[in-house]
Every structure is written in C-alpha cells, then in structure tokens.
Design a protein around this ligand. Structure first.
Ligand code: 9MR
Length: 361
C-alpha cells in the first residue's frame, strides 16, 4: 500500500478505541442522505486506501452558495482542491507585468484554512490567455522573458501553497504531434515546454511536484506515447519533471477500461514519475437515465481503482463534484450530468461507487 503511514495511524487508532468516535465528516448531511459510518467522506477513504488525497476542482462562480462551499471545503470529502479557473494566465496577469491573485485566493485561502492541499493549475496553456499576449507577435526572446516573469511572480506568490503545479497543460494533439499555438509557433517547436519546467523548478518550493497535464492520455495511444517520449527526452537532458496528470474527462459508452487506464498510468510510473487523475468526470448524453447513471458509476469506480492499484498514482481529482457547475454542457451541448452530486446536492450512484471502491481496498 502506498502512503501507508497515515492509513496505519488511522487503523491503529480505531483498533485502540473500544467505541469508535464518529468519523471526521460524519453528520455534515447534505443531499438528504442519511449519514452513517459507511460514508465518512471520500478523502478519508482515499487515504485509507493508500492515496494521498481525493480532491475536487472548485470554481469561483459558485462560491456564494454555502451548500456548495460546505462540501467543497470539507476536508473529509476532499483533501485536495484545484482552482478550476483562478490561476489561469488571463486572471493572474491580465495586463503585462500586472498580477492579480484575487480569484485564486478566493479558493486558496479557504482551502488552506480547511486543511486541504492544492494542485495549482496552470502556468502554460494555449487557452484562457490575456489579450495583451495573444494580440501581438512577440519574438522568441520576448516570449521567453514573459514566460519566466509570469512563472516567477506566480510561483513566488504561491510558494508554499501548492502540492503540485500543472506546469504545462495540453501541449499535444491527439495524434501525438505538438499543438500549434502561440508557444510552439513562436519557439518553432516544443522547446518552450522544457523552458517552462526549468523556470518552474527555479521558482516553486522544493517540495512542489512539477506536472505535465493532458487529456486523452488515459490509454496507451499516440498521445500518451508522445508524453512518454517527452519525459524520456527531459530525463536525458536533465529537465525537471515529477509527474504526469491524466485528466480523465470520460464519456458514458466510450470510456477506457480499468486495464487501459492502468496500462497508461504504468508507463509513466515506470519512468519514475508520479501520476494523478487530475480532472475526472464522466458525461452522459442528456436526458440522463438510471442505466446511464449505473454505467457512469462503474466508469468512476474503475478509474479510481486504476489509480489506487497503481504503484505511484497519488490521488484523484474530480473536475467539480456538482452537476450545475460542470464545464461539460457548454462545451458539449446535449451532454452533462458528469459529476458525483446532482443539482439538489444528492449523491448519485457514482458517488457511492467511488466510496465503495475506496473502502474495499
Ligand atoms: O472548468 C474550466 C471552465 O470553467 C473553463 O471555462 C474552461 C475554459 O476552457 O476550462 C475548464 O477547465 C479545463 C482545464 O483547465 C483544463 N482541462 C480541461 C478543463 C475543462 O475544459
């Protein structure tokens, strides 16, 4: 079992106690479901199963809803949080060399208070960039200095706040070629990625893990093989990288199997890197049906199990836990209901399936 110090401590505690005290998280009672010792919270169970955390993305748009925040910042349920938007370039550096941490702090500060850890997200992406960056043709030298300045400021500001940083997000196409974007076009190829990792290592805390994060790399395919090749190249050249994040945005009816996800995780663990499922959700074609919910529950459980069973998969993050705040319906019209809790904050079969799979370990 991985990360078993805490698990052993918890196990010996309950052995030593004649009448077990209520589990942390017991009685927070959302969704009208009768709370009992069987459902102490996903993070509590994940730690017992040997993971470092079970986490969630949190978006700023729902922070005024206390039904939402009482679950999002409940560390028994979620021991780790990822700001879904607040640390993206357009919000952090909206004007050149002008930094704004307001949105990020709306999530970082309460999560610190709640005793949760954070995956910080992200330094470099092709998306959600500010106009000043996309509307002008910078030279490679200018963009290098812009990149270093951005990472330097943000990494320094959040120095001891991040368990991990997604340093580069989604740099590959599904066929394993490099995505054409402002970064690869200006640098004439992927060298900006190595540079970003070097800058990140220079400015983040020594304890922070540096991740490459992408979607559709949850099977052994052209894209995940390209990540493997990139990691091998980095290791040969001494470019620092600690982990690969498999986003795990899945769809009922065409999601990878337990064996496929396990095989993909293993190819990164074999290189000495840690892995995590960083953005797990499972969308369905609307309207949702009980049959789809059952399929969804199995996909969630199989994915979580693949991480639990892997050698160095540290944790699972869901890309939000509440259906109404999911990114899915606006990106894939006609699809949705991808999360663990429905609009009434009622736990769906997927929640119980994840809870069961973590408990069974
Ligand atoms: O959840 C995020 C959503 O609110 C934003 O509108 C969207 C913009 O593209 O980004 C979403 O988060 C993405 C994440 O940062 C990277 N992987 C894909 C996620 C879902 O689109």
């Amino acid at each position: 079992m991985k990360f078993d110090v805490l698990a052993t401590a918890i196990a010996s505690l309950s052995l030593a106690t004649a009448a077990p005290a209520p589990e942390p998280g017991f009685g927070h009672g959302y969704g009208g479901h009768k709370q009992n010792l069987k459902y102490p919270g996903l993070d509590v169970l994940a730690k017992r199963a040997g993971l470092l955390y079970f986490g969630t993305a949190i978006d700023n748009v729902v922070l005024n809803d206390t039904r939402y925040t009482s679950i999002a910042f409940n560390r028994s349920e979620f021991g780790q949080v990822t700001p879904a938007n607040g640390q993206k370039w357009m919000y952090i550096e909206p004007e050149r060399n002008v930094f704004n941490y307001t949105m990020a702090n709306e999530i970082v500060i309460p999560s610190k208070k709640a005793g949760q850890i954070r995956r910080c997200h992200n330094f470099i992406w092709h998306n959600q960039l500010p106009d000043w960056l996309t509307s002008k043709n910078y030279t490679k030298a200018e963009l290098t200095s812009i990149l270093e300045n951005h990472i330097k400021h943000e990494a320094t500001y959040f120095k001891n706040d991040c368990y991990a940083w997604d340093v580069v997000n989604e740099a590959l196409n599904d066929d394993g070629t490099w995505r054409q974007d402002i970064w690869s076009n200006t640098f004439g190829g992927p060298e900006y990625i190595a540079l970003a990792f070097k800058f990140a290592r220079k400015y983040v805390s020594r304890n922070t893990r540096l991740y490459y994060n992408d979607y559709n790399i949850e099977t052994v395919n052209n894209k995940s093989l390209a990540v493997v090749a990139m990691v091998k190249d980095f290791q040969k050249r001494g470019v620092p990288i600690d982990g690969v994040g498999l986003q795990a945005h899945f769809t009922v009816g065409r999601s990878p199997t337990y064996d496929q996800v396990s095989a993909s995780i293993a190819q990164f663990n074999k290189l000495g890197l840690e892995t995590a499922l960083t953005e797990l959700d499972v969308r369905v074609a609307l309207p949702d049906t009980p049959a789809q919910q059952a399929d969804q529950a199995k996909i969630y459980a199989d994915s979580v199990k693949a991480c639990v069973d892997a050698r160095d998969c540290v944790g699972v993050t869901v890309w939000d836990f509440w259906d109404p705040v999911s990114w899915v319906p606006s990106t894939f019209p006609g699809n949705g209901d991808a999360d663990l809790l429905d609009a009434n904050f009622t736990r769906k079969p997927a929640y119980y399936a994840v809870s069961d799979i973590l408990r069974d370990d």
